[in-house]
Design a binder for this molecule. Structure first.
Ligand code: BEZ
Ligand code: FE
Length: 296
């Protein structure tokens, strides 16, 4: 087909893709073309800006490797990951959900840990934290036998895979809920941390004069056949970045009650103030699938 003018490009491209056999792929690609063309029209995209945009995309790929996923970071930092999460959870966006973005630091095969056991695999200074969690279904029934991955940053804001001073799998563990739907663990209170800014996402954040910090949180991934895998984070309520998360992960449901205690701790070796976290997760019926690990 011969293109007559700028207006004519969009229908020609759509017509060319009309033979796509996979109906969902056809729907996605048609919407992508319509929105991409409308975007260029709306902002009168110049050729120099187009080149800069393509270079930005290329650099996202070039900055990605086995230990760092710049594509996810970009999607996170423009709120796209959270949007997709909220559209797909809480009865497809109709109700509040405990789901949140996965982030780049989930690792498969974290060490199986007894209920109430510690996530510390090497000495990790910081205030002790004792977490007691419950998992229920939407009808309020406790869910036994849920496999729960837990992972978080250290009190200086580093995940074990970013920090040579921590043992492999430090501050990571896998729990199984008991007959009452409960699991718990001992750890240290996590700190917030900066997201990596060495790539094009860093350039974008600097150009937008934005903070590149995340508020402190603990990640959870709950898996049980018959239920939609729950990927989430529970945020530390007194964190200075709670209202300014660079990746837009904080929703009301996910602000945890990290209570400071100055009395005797549940373990004899705790010195100084310690924290407790009690949190209840709700899982929806659905498909139990695991995400692709963002890092290997
Ligand atoms: C995280 O929570 O681990 C995370 C999420 C998005 C970007 C960077 C880190
Ligand atoms: Fe995190």
């Amino acid at each position: 087909m011969i293109i007559e003018n700028a207006e004519g490009v969009t229908p020609v491209v759509l017509q060319t893709m009309a033979g796509t056999s996979n109906a969902r792929l056809k729907e996605i690609m048609e919407a992508l073309v319509r929105h991409a063309h409308a975007f260029a029209r709306e902002i009168n995209l110049t050729e120099a800006e187009f080149e800069q945009g393509v270079d930005f995309l290329n650099r996202i790929g070039q900055t990605t490797n086995d230990a760092h996923n710049e594509g996810i970071l970009f999607s996170d930092s423009i709120g796209f990951s959270t949007l997709v999460c909220l559209l797909n959870n809480g009865s497809n966006g109709a109700t509040e959900t405990a789901a949140a973005l996965l982030g780049p630091f989930w690792r498969m095969h974290s060490p199986r840990t007894e209920n109430g056991g510690s996530l510390l695999r090497s000495p990790t200074p910081g205030p002790a934290l004792f977490a007691n969690c419950l998992i229920k279904d939407q009808a309020g029934q406790p869910l036994a036998g849920v496999e729960v991955d837990v992972w978080h940053s250290s009190p200086v804001g580093l995940y074990e895979n970013q920090d040579e001073s921590q043992a492999d799998m430090n501050l990571r563990g896998k729990f199984i809920t008991d007959a009452q739907g409960r699991f718990g663990f001992r750890s240290v209170k996590p700190a917030g941390y900066p997201v990596p800014v060495h790539g094009p996402v860093g350039d974008m954040l600097r150009a937008q004069n934005r903070s590149h910090f995340r508020p402190a949180h603990i990640h959870f991934l709950a898996f049980k056949q018959g239920f939609k895998t729950l990927v989430t984070q529970v945020f530390v309520d007194d964190d200075e970045y709670l209202e300014n998360d660079v990746v837009f992960g904080v929703t009301r449901a996910l602000v945890g009650d990290y209570v400071r205690h100055d009395d005797k701790a549940p373990a004899d070796d705790v010195e100084g103030p310690w924290y407790s976290l009690d949190y209840t997760f709700v899982m929806e019926h659905g498909l139990a699938t695991l995400p692709h690990p963002p890092i290997k």
